[in-house]
Design a protein around this ligand. Structure first.
Ligand code: KIV
Length: 262
C-alpha cells in the first residue's frame, strides 16, 4: 500500500511537472482497479449515469444515487484522493443547496472533495463558498455534460476565438475562487495549453490534448467495458468482449452438463 494522496500534492505536482493520473470509479470493483493501479485521484464521476445506470445523459442522476455509489467506491479506495461529482441541479440552484449537497458528499461518503461543472460568475462564487467552509473543489470547463441541452450534444467546445476566451476566463475565475484542480474536457489542445500555462492549479484533461498537467479517463472506457466511447478515449483492454465470451462458455457448459464437474 502506498501513501494516501493529499490535496496539497496537486499543486506540487504541477510545479514539478509530474503528470497527474485520474480514473473514475462507480462501485467497489472499479474502485479497487483504479486505486490499486496507482491513480492519484479516483473520481466518482456522474458519467456513471450513462456508463453504469444506462441513462442517455448525466441529467437524471440524483444526489442520493450518487451518494450510494460514492459510499461503495470509498470502501475500495485506500491511497488515491477520492472526489465526488455533484449531480445536475444539486448545486446550481443556490449556494445553500450547493453547501448542503457538498456537505452530504463529505459527511455521508467520506469523499475528500467535490467536482462541479461550469465557471460563470455564480459558479465561481459557489466554489469560493464551498472552499471557505473547508470543502475542496475541483472545477470542470469546456464540454460540461450537465449542459448537454444548451451545448446541443457532446461536441468539442472552444473552437471560435470568443468561445475559447470565455472558457479561459471561466478557468481563471475557478482558479481564483480557490479550486485545487480543474478538468478541461473536449477542447482544442492549444486552448488547453494556454489555460494550463495561465493557471496556478493543475489542469486535468480529457480530450484536451497533451499539454495538461494531468489526464483523466472514464475507467469503463479504459477497460473496454462501455458499449460506446468518445473519440478521445483510449481502450487498454477489451473486458466487455472477454466477459461475454466467459459468460457464454458458462451457459454452454451448463447446457452440455460440463459444469459443474461430476
Ligand atoms: O463524470 C465524469 O466521469 C467526469 C470525467 C470524465 C472528468 O466528469
Amino acid at each position: 500500500m502506498g501513501m494516501a494522496v493529499k490535496i496539497q500534492q496537486f499543486a506540487r505536482w504541477k510545479q514539478a511537472q509530474r503528470p497527474i493520473a485520474v480514473l473514475t470509479a462507480w462501485d467497489l470493483t472499479s474502485a479497487h482497479i483504479a486505486d490499486q493501479a496507482g491513480a492519484d485521484m479516483v473520481l466518482v464521476g456522474d458519467s456513471l449515469a450513462m456508463v453504469t445506470l444506462g441513462y442517455d445523459t448525466t441529467l437524471p442522476l440524483t444526489l442520493d444515487e450518487m451518494l450510494h455509489h460514492a459510499r461503495a467506491v470509498r470502501r475500495g479506495v485506500t491511497d488515491a484522493l477520492l472526489v465526488m461529482d455533484l449531480p445536475f441541479m444539486s448545486y446550481q440552484t443556490n449556494r445553500a443547496d450547493a453547501l448542503r449537497a457538498a456537505g452530504r458528499a463529505i459527511k455521508e461518503t467520506g469523499a475528500q472533495a467535490v467536482k462541479v461543472e461550469g465557471g460563470y460568475t455564480a459558479m465561481a462564487e459557489t466554489i469560493q463558498t464551498l472552499v471557505q467552509v473547508g470543502i475542496p473543489v475541483m472545477g470542470h470547463v469546456g464540454l460540461t455534460p450537465q449542459s448537454v441541452n444548451t451545448m446541443g450534444g457532446f461536441r468539442q467546445q472552444g473552437r471560435s476565438p470568443e468561445a475559447a476566451n470565455r472558457i479561459l476566463q471561466e478557468a481563471i475565475a475557478i482558479d481564483q475562487a480557490g479550486a485545487f484542480a480543474i478538468v478541461l474536457e473536449h477542447i482544442p489542445a492549444d486552448l488547453a495549453k494556454t489555460i494550463t500555462e495561465k493557471l496556478t492549479i493543475p489542469t486535468i484533461g480529457i480530450g484536451a490534448g497533451p499539454h495538461c498537467d494531468g489526464q483523466v479517463l472514464v475507467t469503463a472506457d479504459v477497460l473496454g467495458l462501455s458499449s460506446w466511447q468518445p473519440p478521445f478515449a483510449k481502450q487498454y483492454a477489451n473486458l466487455r468482449e472477454q466477459g461475454i465470451n466467459a459468460a457464454q462458455q458458462f451457459c454452454e457448459e451448463v447446457r452440455s452438463r460440463q459444469f459443474p464437474p461430476s
